[in-house]
Ligand binder design. Structure first.
Ligand code: ATP
Length: 138
């Protein structure tokens, strides 16, 4: 089995899409191993997005991720990293396929950062690293 870290970003939380995202995760057959509503600290975001530091969207991204509560989850199931990224759809919600979370529920809001509702880990290494940032006790 495999674990992935999922975040319902502030836009998803604000729009009341948390239940819809969790519903799709559970309907797909993945298990919720941990779940919390929290306000991300600057430290957590700097660690989480370390690979993007210096990119033009980095500051807007950290600003956006600090703009309200997020829902952070650890999900579990065979190949759930790839599986959740498929559920989420392409990073750019305009291009994300209908049927995916971003394709069905997201769009371009004309801002400097893509407000794309969810985050999902992209590899087993990043999943374990990210779980350590958000759930130090797991
Ligand atoms: P995530 O990691 O959030 O699941 P991702 O792996 O598809 O999405 P990354 O490339 O890791 O995307 O980028 C992290 C986040 O930064 C994106 O989810 C989006 O919010 C924002 N972002 C990425 N690329 C851009 C861009 N070119 N312009 C604006 N914002 C961007």
């Amino acid at each position: 089995t495999e674990r992935s870290l999922v975040i319902v970003k502030p836009d998803g939380y604000r729009r009341g899409l948390t239940g819809e995202v969790l519903r799709r995760i559970e309907a797909k057959g993945y298990t919720l191993a941990a779940l919390q509503v929290t306000e991300a600290t600057r430290e957590q975001l700097a660690e989480h997005y370390a690979e993007h530091e210096g990119k033009p969207f980095y500051e807007p991204l950290v600003e956006f991720m600090s703009s309200g509560p997020v829902v952070v989850a650890v999900i579990e199931g065979n190949d759930c990293i790839k599986g959740f990224r498929s559920l989420a759809g392409a990073t750019n919600p305009t291009e994300a396929a209908p049927g995916s979370i971003r394709g069905d529920l997201g769009r371009d809001w004309g801002l400097k950062v893509q407000q794309n509702i969810v985050h999902g880990s992209d590899s087993t290494e990043s999943a374990e690293r990210e779980i350590g940032i958000w759930f130090p006790n797991l």
